[in-house]
Design a protein around this ligand. Structure first.
Ligand code: URA
Ligand code: SF4
Length: 222
């Protein structure tokens, strides 16, 4: 098959998949084969997210939060979903939890703009910061999968129970998942606590510090 007809073929497959998954079709080009550069594809996914109505979270959002950072990051950080500040501005982890997260990164010589990419399970804020529902995280997950495949992080750091359980497929709580290495889409994945949880409960700080040291050693050993 010629590349153009291959692209059409994959688009058709996506269309059929969408129909069975959601019962309707939305524009879905990020999942098609493309010869665009990865950075352009990442931007295109962000523009698609901005238009997305695949789940009801679109009804209450102010801004979508697609994520931000560098291509080929050392670490892809995955939170749960935008909070109030993020929804207002359209950028990930810019509130109190985000400032705290920045200090964690700094402690292990990382920086969100230099060697990380920060994203979330759902790209629209759940009302009153409730947990995303399964239908919402499932509807949104293809964006994250595509982001991961394009960005090719060296390791994934999941923050908190929601993203850790969804990406590891485990049902155990974060207390037992954190600090253990998993694999997601062929990439090492390390769960840790969510910075908001640590802000509420300072006794978790030493566990996070141990997790961050594991993160650093995986990067240094590779
Ligand atoms: N909490 C999250 O999980 N994600 C954000 O982007 C902000 C706060
Ligand atoms: Fe689309 Fe994800 Fe927003 Fe739902 S949360 S509307 S799937 S971008």
């Amino acid at each position: 098959m010629k590349p153009s007809s291959l692209v059409e073929f994959y688009n058709l497959l996506n269309l059929i998949e969408d129909y069975f998954q959601y019962g309707f079709r939305q524009e879905h080009p990020p999942f098609a084969l493309s010869d665009e550069a990865p950075e352009e594809q990442i931007e295109r996914i962000s523009r698609q997210i901005a238009q997305c109505k695949k789940c009801d979270l679109h009804l209450s959002r102010t801004h979508t939060v697609a994520g931000e950072g560098v291509l080929n990051p050392d670490v892809m950080i995955i939170g749960e979903g935008p909070g109030g500040d993020e929804d207002r501005i359209g950028r990930p982890f810019i509130g109190k939890a985000g400032h705290y997260l920045d200090t964690w990164l700094k402690a292990v010589n990382l920086n969100r703009f230099k060697n990380c990419f920060i994203s979330n399970i759902v790209k629209c804020r759940p009302p009153k910061n409730r947990d995303p529902e399964i239908a919402e995280s499932s509807a949104c997950l293809p964006y994250l999968e595509r982001q991961i495949d394009l960005l090719k992080p060296r390791i994934i750091l999941t923050l908190g129970r929601i993203s850790s359980q969804i990406l590891t497929g485990e049902t155990a709580g974060i207390g037992s998942l954190h600090g253990r290495l998993f694999t997601y889409r062929n990439i090492p994945l390390l769960p840790t606590y969510h910075p908001s949880a640590v802000l509420r409960n300072q006794s978790l700080r030493s566990a996070v510090w141990e997790d961050l040291k594991i993160l650093r050693s995986v990067l240094d050993d590779a």
